[in-house]
Design a protein around this ligand. Sequence first.
Ligand code: 5RP
Length: 224
Amino acid sequence: MDNLKRQVGIEAAKFVKNGMVVGLGTGSTAAYFVAELGRRVAAENLRITAVTTSSVTSAQARKLNIPLKDIDEVEAIDLTVDGADEIDQTLNGIKGGGAALLMEKIVATYSKDYIWIVDESKMVAHLGAFPLPVEVVPFGCGQLFRLFEKSGFKPTFRLDDKGALWLTDSGNHIIDLHMNEISAPEKLARLLDDTVGVVEHGLFNDMVKTVIIASETEGVKIVT
Ligand code: 5RP
């Protein structure tokens, strides 16, 4: 699996050219992309500016001497590369397994080009087997949890290793919805967008145009 993740990370880095502003995703697959960019910055004198999607990725980029800027300091983001938790046949996806969905969606929204890199296990017929992360404001999140329960969304609060409510980089909590199958992702996205207390959700509908997939049998392929 790590080898497949490394392959797509390296493949995606080939899209990065001198002078670009690059959005750096979060997660174990995106980390291979960031590592390859760091290698190219050192070995090839690749000149880029990066915007990151989490404190974890920022820390990795700093270690690799990849120049970073705040998202509001750059004019535009040329390309963002990120991982995903599930992708269906229409290239709608679920993200946020690493709890970075809010910053990931903001960076993706302001990117001219957006690529997901995944191993083949992430490609699914229907979204929903992976629990859908929803980032919620701490105030009233117990009420929101009960609303999700009543709606049949089977919520669980995400906890940290000490059993406390997970705190995102933006100081919010995560509720994971165990829906099993999401038959209408657009409808669910609209409902969550309209729910008070929801900051953002992990449905990334119609956002990505290119997915780089690695499989044991077929190698690396690019789907658009
Ligand atoms: C983080 C994310 C990740 O991109 C997603 O969870 C995939 O991670 P990994 O590459 O480790 O499987 O959305 O919030």
